[in-house]
Structures are given as C-alpha cells and as structure tokens.
Design a binder for this molecule. Structure first.
Ligand SMILES: CC(=O)Nc1ccn([C@H]2C[C@H](O)[C@@H](CO)O2)c(=O)n1
Length: 109
C-alpha cells in the first residue's frame, strides 16, 4: 500500500503535526512499517503530504482512550463519534502511527 486518504477536514491538523495517528479498519492495516506513503484528500483525491508509517497496532473500539484522542487532536467523545460514523459495525481497528515527511527527508530516500 503506497497511499492513504484522509477526509479534507483533517488536512490542517496533519500538516501542522497535531494529528499523529489515524485509526482504520482491517482493509487499511497492511502498510509496511517504515514505508513512506502519499497522502491524498478523500473527497478530491488531491495530494497534500507524505507520511512515514511508524507502527500499526490492533485495538478494539472499547480500548480507545484519552491518549488516542490527544494524538488525534480531539476529545475522546469526539474521537469515538468519528470512529462510529466511519466504521459503524466494526470493533476491530488498527492504530496507524505516522510522522510527516519533510522535503529534506524526502530527498534522502
Ligand atoms: C475512507 C476512510 O475511511 N477514510 C478515513 C478514515 C479515517 N480518517 C480519520 C478520521 C479520524 O481522524 C481518524 C480515525 O479514523 O482517521 C480519515 O480521515 N479518513
């Protein structure tokens, strides 16, 4: 997997570094650790960043906590609502930890 999409409303937080995880279902759990992935908006498929995949850890919906919320730059109730809106029937989820790749780091690849 070499690309990932995010809803446009999260673009600013990804680019300013306040959102450092994303929580996805099994269909998006197979990124290689250490790989650099192109990031597009979900709505327009517009490229806006590269991220490096740092870790992917399984988690159930009920294990989501304040640390995850803070890493998403949300409150826990907001995060749980977002997850339920996107994945209404899924309990098994995956936390994808990533870091934004800057120009310099890209040139070293
Ligand atoms: C297609 C699809 O599912 N796209 C997604 C899924 C999740 N996100 C965001 C929403 C939250 O901030 C976290 C947790 O899932 O990731 C997204 O932007 N796009």
């Amino acid at each position: 997997m070499t690309e990932i999409t995010f809803y446009q409303c999260f673009q600013t937080n990804i680019l300013n570094g306040t959102k450092t995880i994303t929580i996805r279902d099994a269909s998006e759990k197979d990124f290689a650790i250490g790989s650099i992935v192109d990031v597009f908006t979900y709505e327009q498929h517009q490229w806006f960043a590269k991220i490096k995949i740092l870790a992917i850890t399984p988690i159930s919906y009920h294990q989501l906590n304040d640390t995850h919320a803070s890493q998403e730059n949300m409150t826990l109730p907001e995060l749980k609502q977002v997850i339920r809106d996107i994945y209404p029937n899924t309990d098994q989820l995956y936390v994808i930890h990533y870091q934004l790749v800057n120009e310099e780091e890209r040139c070293r690849q």
